[in-house]
Each structure stands twice: as C-alpha cells, then as structure tokens.
Design a protein around this ligand. Structure first.
Ligand SMILES: Nc1ncnc2c1ncn2[C@@H]1O[C@H](COP(=O)(O)OP(=O)(O)OP(=O)(O)O)[C@@H](O)[C@H]1O
Ligand SMILES: [Mg+2]
Length: 213
C-alpha cells in the first residue's frame, strides 16, 4: 500500500503522517515514512540545495532537482519497500511537482506529466490525502511554529516558503484541480479541523479502500 500526503506548507502533512504511522504500526503493519525531497544520501543533498534561501534556481532547474531526488527515492527505497509488502507513506510526491512547479511557477502541465512519469518510473500512490487550507491560515501556523512575529524577516523562511501568498494561492488552486480531476485517488480533507478528527477520517477512509488496514 502506497499512501501520499499533499497540501501547501503548514497544512499539517507531517502531523498526519506521524499519527498514521503510529496507528498502522500499532496494528502490526510494517510502515515506512519518507519525506520529499530527501530520503537517500543524494536526495537529502538535493533537498538542502532546493530549500536554502540563498540560491536562485530557474523553474526548470528546480523541477529537475525535485525530480532527480524523487527518482533516487523511488528506485532505491520506495519500490523495494513496497515489493516487501510494507506500507509506504510519503510526505509529498509528484502531485507536489504539479501543484508547485506547474500551477505555482507556471511550467507546462503536459511536460510535467511526462517528467513525473520518468521520475517515478510510473509509480502512483494508491491513495492521496490532500489537506486543504488557505495560505493565510497556513502561514499563521508556520509563524507560530517558528515563534516569529507576523511582521517577518524573510530570511527566517526557507526558499519555497518565502515565495509569497499569491504563489501559495496558485499552488492551492492546483491541488484543488488535481483533487477534482482524480477523485478516485484523492481524498480531500479540511486541514482546519482538529488534527485528531482529521486522523480519524483518514483511518476510516483507509479501512474502506483497503480492508487489511
Ligand atoms: N489540524 C491542525 N490544527 C491546528 N494546527 C495544526 C494542525 N495540524 C498541524 N498543526 C500545526 O501546524 C504546524 C504545521 O504542521 P505540519 O508541520 O504538520 O505541516 P506540514 O504540512 O508538514 O508543513 P511543511 O510542508 O512546512 O512541512 C505545526 O505547528 C502543527 O503542530
Ligand atoms: Mg512537513
């Protein structure tokens, strides 16, 4: 079973990944959780390149770095774990590329589809939980997390986080489009609900789509 979590920064993905891992592990499943970009030595190096504020990267460069990181992760970690029968939960997968590099940065969506197929070797999540939140609400969460006042210093944020509200609005729109066009794979959740309630919804949905979980 391959599960992905998506949503803009601060939506609550990592919170839900942690809860779901605990739940499934307690039920006796072997669960591997991974975050994108990262998860292998090479992919973690790419992660720091991508998230450091001081580097300027072109949209295509950004796309190819994210995709290189994903290919490393799929081939070396995700596919072998799935073959062994593990549950794999990823904190972001190729929908992030479509939402951020496509809707956010404006890269061609058809081209992204092709690149995503290459970087994943055609692997798709069985189910994708999309945590939907407005960029304003997400930003408030991020700021309270970092204990910095809302009149922020830009250098407190990583390179993606400092892309601005309009950018995140486009990314959110992208996710909404994706969720609408792939209703079978996507489950949309209101990320403003209580974290425990969201977790319950996720557990119920998983029990429905996969009787073993
Ligand atoms: N349902 C929720 N209600 C209120 N606060 C939440 C909820 N879920 C998570 N949070 C808080 O919001 C902040 C962001 O959550 P989290 O780190 O899980 O988001 P994320 O989607 O993983 O963000 P990023 O993309 O930046 O990694 C954290 O401080 C977390 O405790
Ligand atoms: Mg996170």
């Amino acid at each position: 079973m391959f599960i992905s979590f998506e949503g803009i920064d601060g939506a609550g993905k990592s919170t839900q990944v942690k809860k779901l891992k605990k739940h499934l592990s307690e039920k006796g499943h072997q669960v591997l959780t991974l975050r994108e970009p990262g998860g292998t030595v090479i992919a973690e190096k790419i992660r720091s390149l991508l998230l450091e504020s001081k580097h300027d990267i072109t949209p295509i460069g950004e796309l190819l770095l994210f995709s290189a990181s994903r290919a490393e992760l799929v081939q070396n970690v995700i596919s072998p774990a799935l073959k062994q029968g593990n549950v794999v939960i990823v904190d972001r997968f190729y929908d992030s590329t479509t939402a951020y590099q496509g809707y956010g940065r404006g890269l061609d969506l058809e081209m992204l589809r092709a690149v995503n197929t290459v970087s994943t070797f055609g692997l798709e999540p069985d189910i994708t939980f999309f945590l939907d939140i407005s960029p304003e609400d997400a930003l408030i969460r991020k700021f309270s997390e970092k204990s910095i006042p809302l009149s922020f210093e830009e250098n407190e944020l990583d390179r993606m986080e400092s892309s601005g509200l309009a950018f995140y609005q486009r990314v959110r729109e992208g996710y909404l489009q994706l969720a609408g066009s792939e209703k079978k794979r996507f489950m949309m959740l209101d990320a403003c609900n209580d974290a425990e309630n969201i977790h319950e919804e996720i557990v119920q949905k998983l029990a429905l789509v996969c009787s073993g979980l």
